[in-house]
Design a protein around this ligand. Structure first.
Ligand SMILES: [Zn+2]
Ligand SMILES: [Zn+2]
Ligand SMILES: [Zn+2]
Ligand SMILES: [Zn+2]
Length: 361
């Protein structure tokens, strides 16, 4: 008899939060939607589902003649809710757009999207996932799963840990979540570390978010020429050669011309004559040197012809440079491409860009 009643009890408690399932669902959604940068555009993700609509409390209030308080009461939540219309197999997510915090609204939408994706309404056969329509156990379990889903979707731990050192305000900015949520996410990640859990970026995260992660870790902007670039160790700006570099990207970034190089820092096409059949360090058609590297020369002498062979030059620090480099990022000397006139002075280039913009087309 005793065993029997215990069995009955376990059957009634039923639902426990399945964090793994919630996490996996969020990662799957990111992957299948080919998301490759933060902040995640959560409404755009939700629009992928034809049987799901997302509307604001204001819209709902207008439509049904309710004020916001009445909508909150109707939805049994001041943040948002997820409705399920079983007969049509349709979902409606409502979110309180009058909350004065974009991060919180984004979290709410992600949370409700979690209820939708994890099919909480269908599991329990409920029109709405609300405190008063479910047992406390069920409600709490669903809430935890939906929050886990929201966290993984908006601040994917696999990506966040790959970004290196990060604090609460930065995380809040990066993921566009509230300070409170950012603090919870960091606590969660750190607690995981203490318990030996590693949110190792799996290949997909590295594939999809690779550029985002590299830019976050190594992105630099030059305060002199406004060039924005991603290079691991750099002391001097590759375009203008100054040391005035900052991590802040800002809005007024500039793009300067560059030559496409292979992994040996050699042009894949001759920048002088256009020859595409590159066989060595020199173009066999026009004789141009094709490797961009540090010359050890200062800018004053640019334009004066160098008489020796570039590959024998033993003047610079030996650094091989990227295809945009007029200057060595390690020592600030000129590059072979700058000396050869393949890459132009950034001021002239900027001037030309301005002129082109002013042309009356
Ligand atoms: Zn919920
Ligand atoms: Zn610069
Ligand atoms: Zn050539
Ligand atoms: Zn150098």
């Amino acid at each position: 008899m005793k065993t029997h009643s215990r069995m009955m009890k376990t059957k009634m408690i039923t639902y426990r939060p399945n964090y793994q399932r919630a996490e996996k669902a969020a990662y799957n959604l990111l992957e299948s939607s080919k998301v490759n940068a933060l902040p995640v555009k959560v409404k755009k993700l939700a629009r992928r589902f034809p049987n799901l609509k997302i509307k604001s409390y204001s819209w709902f209030g207008d439509k049904y003649g309710m004020d916001i308080d009445e909508v909150c009461e109707f939805a049994d939540s001041s943040e948002g809710c997820c409705y399920y219309k079983k007969s049509e197999h349709k979902y409606l997510i409502l979110y309180n757009d009058t909350i004065d915090n974009a991060g919180r609204i984004r979290w709410t939408i992600a949370h409700e999207l979690g209820h939708f994706i994890l099919r909480h309404n269908e599991i329990t056969d409920k029109t709405i996932i609300a405190r008063n329509s479910l047992s406390k156990h069920e409600y709490d379990a669903f809430e935890k799963e939906a929050n886990c889903f929201a966290r993984t979707l908006l601040a994917p731990p696999k990506v966040i840990t790959a970004l290196g050192k990060i604090d609460i305000p930065l995380l809040s900015d990066l993921c566009l979540i509230s300070i409170e949520a950012a603090s919870n996410v960091l606590n969660f990640i750190n607690r995981g570390f203490e318990m030996g859990r590693r949110h190792v970026a799996k290949s997909w995260a590295m594939d999809l978010f690779k550029d985002f992660i590299l830019e976050h870790r190594y992105g630099m902007k030059c305060l002199e020429c406004n060039y924005y670039f991603v290079l691991k160790t750099v002391k001097f700006c590759p375009v203008c050669g100054t040391e005035d570099l900052t991590k802040e990207k800002g809005s007024n970034t500039m793009i300067y011309s560059q030559v496409e190089l292979n992994e040996l820092h050699t042009a894949i096409q001759c920048p002088r004559c256009g020859n595409e059949n590159i066989l060595g360090d020199y173009c066999q058609i026009c004789g141009s040197y094709l490797v961009n590297m540090c010359t050890g020369f200062s800018e004053e002498g640019v334009g004066e012809p160098y008489q020796g062979h570039w590959h024998e030059l033993d003047n610079g620090c030996g650094e091989l440079l990227s295809g945009d480099a007029r200057f060595c990022t390690k020592c600030g000397s000129t590059s072979t491409f700058y000396e050869l006139g393949i890459l132009k002075n950034w001021k002239d280039e900027k001037e030309n860009m301005k002129l082109r913009e002013e042309l009356p087309f």
